[in-house]
Design a protein around this ligand. Structure first.
Ligand code: SF4
Length: 177
């Protein structure tokens, strides 16, 4: 298999969650991508809270979720254009959420969909953020995707972050205990 093919295969693996983790912690991105999926361990309180929020506040809209290839969009609305919507529990990692949504817009555009913007919902604080994908964003996103692809080729996980928020991370025990 040529190098080009290897790169293509890895591109397909890049999910919105991986893009989001890239902006939070590259080690978390690597661990998640390699199958150490501790966020989905049954009983994880944050995951349960997130699901309850989504299913109670956005029950009607969630019937319009969009799930294809590497993309799973919470719900979408459409008129002349398609608007993607994501529901998040806390705005602690707002920048990562914004890039995740920009990535969804980018993927949809690449598929020929008339999508330029979306909204992130933080129902616990009744906040919404409007997100657009600019040309400058496309350049930055392109660089991030190349970087993510390179991280996925690494044999060992990137270094620990040693940040305060590590204590709340699903991978804390793996990293520090
Ligand atoms: S505990 Fe910290 S270093 Fe480890 S994966 Fe989570 S955020 Fe990254």
């Amino acid at each position: 298999m040529s190098n080009a093919n290897v790169v293509e295969v890895e591109w397909i693996k890049i999910t919105g969650t991986l893009v989001s983790y890239y902006f939070i912690c590259r080690r978390k991105l690597w661990l998640h991508a390699k199958g150490l999926n501790l966020e989905n361990v049954s009983g994880n309180a944050d995951v349960i809270k997130g699901r309850i929020l989504h299913e109670t506040r956005f029950k009607r809209e969630s019937s319009r979720d969009l799930d294809f290839d590497n993309v799973k969009i919470d719900f979408f609305k459409y008129g002349d254009e398609v608007y993607v919507h994501e529901v998040k529990k806390s705005k602690k990692f707002e920048e990562a959420h914004i890039w995740q949504l920009k990535y969804y817009i980018h993927v949809l555009q690449n598929r020929g969909v008339n999508c330029f913007a979306g909204v992130i919902h933080y129902p616990t604080t009744m906040r919404k953020i409007d997100v657009k994908l600019t040309n400058e964003d496309k350049d930055l996103l392109g660089k991030a995707l190349v970087d993510i692809n390179n991280i996925l080729q690494e044999m060992c996980p990137p270094a620990k972050l040693n940040k305060k928020f590590c204590k709340k991370c699903a991978y804390y025990d793996f990293c520090y205990v």
